[in-house]
Structure formats: structure tokens, C-alpha cells
Design a protein around this ligand. Structure first.
Ligand code: NAD
Length: 500
């Protein structure tokens, strides 16, 4: 793990982890283990326990006790903030280690992993301040004998289920905000990328988080995840993953205790490029938007809508950019595009590439699985289509596959951008302020970028319109989501009798 060397080395044998509960590691013991092979190298790197239903129940009980006895929610916001700031400092000290395991389990380039982890430091720092800014309202206008007070209380025990594409970043877009609100947590990472979630639980304990406030159970979605959805003692569940599993989350909440839900689901995000844009900038942004994290990104700009007069020239410019991006060993400092995270995702992407060809879409570049001797890699791929009919234009592929669709007018571009069940994110590229503002108002998406893409920060809430989700994470809204509102009516003076 020496950052100065050009290519980091693989671990000599898979590192074994336990899970995390009640402020400490729990050894895997006799539990079955899940062995994870690095998608960039094909060699086993980590082993994590397949937790049982009993383990989950114990973790929820630990979070429940920690919430009910107010060991965290009863502290002042200043004291909670001090823990979050300490956690930020400890994450900063361990960036190299966290990024290393993230890269090994996920396949993303090490330079990217480092940037993501250092961004998470900012999430903790920002949420530490937000906890102190959280406040209610008073109504001093109801007459001399009444005072109305509206307070926010932490919602309780929160389940957090995360996917494999940004295991640490997505976690840190949620955990510090949930803790700032005063809640306790049971997290269930994707079984293929569990390690950095476990490391965060350890860091939080070291930062002084009381025992039981942050618990992590590892294991599969169908067993541990499903039981977490159905658990009667979970007050709110933050789910990030596919729209199809999102539907089961909603059903499970309805069948059980109507737990409040935060849902961050899929996307098929439009990038709208007008002929008057800075085409050089736009081509670079569009290439980044589809190839970053190998397109395994809920907000990746996977539908490219280009004004017809420049569609051919612009597609070539994006293809040229992609041909220069360096694909390969995720542990190499200079790699820009890493491996596809799972075998299943690799097959899904390749089958969409075949479908695009069968549907008659024109292949501009890419389309092939790359043989780099080890691991699984796919060339960034561009198709042009005449309409939105093909599966590659409508469905979320979650890979480095860009579908280009030409448009003639702004109204047509807006209509095509909105012709999807999703509404997660969108970008517009133009130097005309009127077009930029009109498109940003009319495209239905929870995140919108003007002359950029995939940008953000801890201040800006994230979430989707339509079937891309419910609620918002991060920013002040991200703290408020994890609170509930109580109205307190206070009578002043002698009561006007109901019975004389
Ligand atoms: P997934 O839905 O298969 O899994 C997500 C998480 O849910 C994992 O931890 C998994 O173990 C768990 N899970 C699976 N089945 C479950 C069940 N029945 N009950 C409870 N938990 C279950 O998604 P994935 O393949 O890990 O990630 C890819 C998907 O996630 C894509 O659709 C992508 O768009 C979406 N995503 C959305 C966002 C966002 O912020 N909107 C961010 C990242 C990924």
C-alpha cells in the first residue's frame, strides 16, 4: 500500500473481516464466508461473513437500545458534531487504506477511489455543522394564551442498504447526515463491496461514537437485506439500488410497519448538447459522464441528445476523447477507466451491446470486451439511434455505453429527455442562457447540470424525480429527512372552561 510506487500490489492472501455491532468487531466464527475476487485482477482479496437473521436481529436490537436510551440523541448537537469532526479527521488519515480496499473490491481506478474518499471527509465536516444548525419553529401569533412550538426529533433506528458502485461515497452521503439528526444505524452494504463500510464503523467508534449507534451486517440482499426491509424495529430505511429492488422495499414497508423510506434508484440520464455549446468542453464532459466509474453510475449521462446539425461531428469528438482515456489495472495510478465490478454486470452490458446491434443502431466506437490478461474490461461504446425505441435508448445499462439521439428543436430535446420512467439527473450544454434555463426548468430530474456533469458537494441534496426515487440525501434536506416533526401547543394562563 505504498502510494509512491507506480502500481500498488495485491494482497498475498484474501483478508478476512468480521462484522460490526455494538461498538466492536464480531468475529466471523463458524459463519459461512463470502470470498470476493478483485474484478480488475481475478484474484481473491477479501472474505466477509454471510450474517444470519439472528445477527441482523442482534444488530437492530443494539441500534434500538442505543436510540431509546438517548446515548446519542440526548447529546447536544455540539457534542455530536465533535464526533463527526473527529471521524472526518480519521478518514483523512486512512484515505490510502480505504481507497485500496475500495479499488480491490469494486474495480475502480485507485486515483478515483482516493478522490472519492477524500470527498467523504467533507461530507462529515459539513454534516457536523448541519447538526448544529438544525432547529424548529415557534408560533408566537396565536393570542396571549398560546405558544406553538414545532420541533424536529430524530426518526429513530435507520436501516441503510447500499449498492456496489460507490460503496464508501454513497454510504458517506447518508451516514453523517443520519448521525447529525441523532439517529442510530444498521447498515447492509452490497455483499461484493462490504469492507469499506465495515472500516467506517470502526472509524466512528474510534472517533467516540457511542456503542450501538453504528452497526454493520454483511451478507446478501435476499437474506439479510430482505429481513432488514421487513424488520418491525426499523423506523426508516434508506435504500440505494435498482428500481426493481426498490419496488420490493416499498412493498415490504407496506406489509410491515410503514417504515419511512428514502429511495435512490436507477436513471437513464440525458445530456442535451446544443450546436452553440463549447463543443470541446461538452465532448470532454460527455466522455467523462459515460466512462467515469465505467458507466456504473446511477447519474451517468447515458443518453446523449445532440442538435442534428452537429451530431456526427460531436459523436466523433466524444469517440476521440474516449479513445484517449486509459483503461486498465485499477491499481495503476494513471488508469482512468477500471474494471466492470461483477460478472453479472459484465454480461448485462455485453448483452445490451448485442441488442443495440440487433436493433440496427449504428456503432460509432467500442463494443468489445477487452482482454487485458486478467480481470473484466469493456471498451467505452457509442451507438447512434434515430429514435427512443431501442432498448439501449430506454433502459438503464449501467455500463460504458452511450446512446446518441439527434434533435431539431429545444422543445423536441426536452420531450425526448422526459420520455423516460426515470428522473435522476440531466445536463445541458449551451452558451445560450435562455436555453439553459428553460431546459433546466422543464426537464424532470432531481439533479441538473449546466455546462458540466457529475458535479456536486455536501451542500447539494441528491435524489430523483419519477421512478428514480423518493426523498433527498445530503445537504440540510438530507438531515431533515431523518427527523420527524412534533407540534407542541402550550397553553398560557388560566384555561377557558369547557364545562362551567
Ligand atoms: P441492487 O438493487 O441489486 O442492490 C442494492 C442493494 O440492495 C445491495 O446491498 C443488495 O444486496 C441489496 N438487495 C438486493 N436485493 C434485496 C432485497 N430483496 N431486499 C433487500 N435488499 C436487497 O443494485 P446494485 O446492482 O447493487 O446497484 C445497481 C443499481 O443501483 C442500479 O440500478 C443503479 O442505478 C442503482 N443506484 C442508484 C443510485 C442512486 O443514488 N439513485 C446510486 C447507485 C446505484
Amino acid at each position: 500500500m505504498d502510494k509512491s510506487s507506480h502500481v500498488l500490489t495485491l494482497p498475498s492472501e484474501p483478508r478476512e473481516f468480521g462484522f460490526y455491532m455494538d461498538g466492536d468487531w464480531v468475529a466471523a466464527g463458524e459463519r459461512e464466508m463470502f470470498e470476493r475476487a478483485s474484478p480488475g485482477h481475478g484474484v481473491p482479496v477479501t472474505r466477509t461473513p454471510r450474517c444470519t437473521e439472528d445477527d441482523l436481529n442482534a444488530a437492530v436490537a443494539s441500534a434500538r437500545t442505543a436510540f431509546d436510551d438517548r446515548r446519542w440523541s440526548g447529546l447536544s448537537a455540539a457534542d455530536r458534531s465533535a464526533v463527526l469532526l473527529k471521524a472526518a479527521e480519521l478518514i483523512r488519515e486512512r484515505i490510502e487504506e480505504i481507497a485500496y480496499w475500495e479499488t480491490l473490491e469494486n474495480g475502480k481506478p485507485i486515483a478515483q477511489a482516493r478522490a472519492e474518499v477524500s470527498g467523504c471527509v467533507g461530507m462529515f465536516e459539513y454534516a457536523a455543522g448541519l447538526g448544529r444548525a438544525l432547529h424548529g419553529e415557534t408560533y408566537n401569533n396565536s393570542g396571549d394564551n398560546a405558544l406553538g412550538v414545532v420541533t424536529r426529533e430524530p426518526i429513530g433506528v435507520v436501516g441503510v442498504i447500499t449498492p456496489w458502485n460507490f460503496p464508501f461515497l454513497i454510504l458517506c452521503e447518508r451516514v453523517p447526515y443520519i448521525l447529525a439528526a441523532g439517529c442510530t444505524i444498521v447498515a447492509k452494504p452490497s455483499e461484493v463491496t462490504s469492507v469499506t463500510t465495515l472500516l467506517l464503523a470502526e472509524i466512528l467508534s474510534q472517533a467516540g461514537l457511542p456503542d450501538g449507534v453504528m452497526n454493520v451486517v454483511t451478507g446478501s440482499g435476499r437474506t439479510v437485506g430482505q429481513k432488514l426491509l421487513e424488520h418491525m424495529d426499523i423506523d426508516m430505511l434508506s435504500f440505494t439500488g435498482s428500481t426493481s429492488v426498490g419496488r420490493s422495499v416499498v412493498e415490504a414497508s407496506g406489509r410491515t410497519n410503514f417504515k419511512k423510506l428514502g429511495l435512490e434508484l436507477g436513471g437513464k440520464n440525458p445530456q442535451i448538447v446544443f450546436a452553440d455549446a463549447d463543443l470541446e468542453d461538452a465532448a470532454d464532459g460527455v466522455a467523462f459522464g459515460i466512462a467515469f466509474n465505467t458507466g456504473q453510475c446511477c447519474v451517468s449521462g447515458s443518453r446523449l441528445l445532440v442538435e442534428r446539425s452537429v451530431v456526427e461531428e460531436f459523436s466523433r469528438m466524444v469517440a476521440d476523447k474516449l479513445s484517449k482515456a486509459k483503461i486498465g489495472d485499477p491499481l495503476d495510478e494513471t488508469t482512468q477507466i477500471g474494471a466492470i465490478t461483477t460478472d453479472a454486470q459484465n454480461s448485462t452490458i455485453m448483452s445490451y451491446i448485442s441488442k443495440g446491434q440487433e436493433d440496427g443502431a449504428h456503432l460509432v466506437c467500442g463494443g468489445k470486451q477487452l482482454d487485458l490478461g486478467q480481470g473484466q474490461y469493456i471498451e467505452p461504446t457509442i451507438f447512434t439511434c434515430d429514435s427512443m425505441d431501442s432498448a439501449i435508448a430506454r433502459e438503464e445499462i449501467f455500463g460504458p455505453v452511450l446512446t446518441v439521439i439527434p434533435f431539431d428543436t429545444m422543445d423536441q430535446a426536452i420531450a425526448v429527455a422526459n420520455d423516460t420512467e426515470y428522473g435522476l439527473a440531466a445536463s445541458v450544454w449551451t452558451k445560450n442562457i435562455d436555453k439553459a434555463l428553460t431546459v433546466s426548468r422543464q426537464v424532470k430530474a432531481g439533479r441538473f447540470w449546466v455546462n458540466t456533469t457529475l458535479a456536486g458537494g455536501p451542500e447539494l441534496p441528491i435524489g430523483g424525480f419519477k421512478q428514480s426515487g423518493w426523498g433527498r440525501e445530503a445537504g440540510m434536506h438530507g438531515v431533515e429527512e431523518y427527523t420527524q416533526i412534533k407540534s407542541v401547543h402550550i397553553e398560557i394562563g388560566k384555561r377557558t372552561p369547557w364545562v362551567e
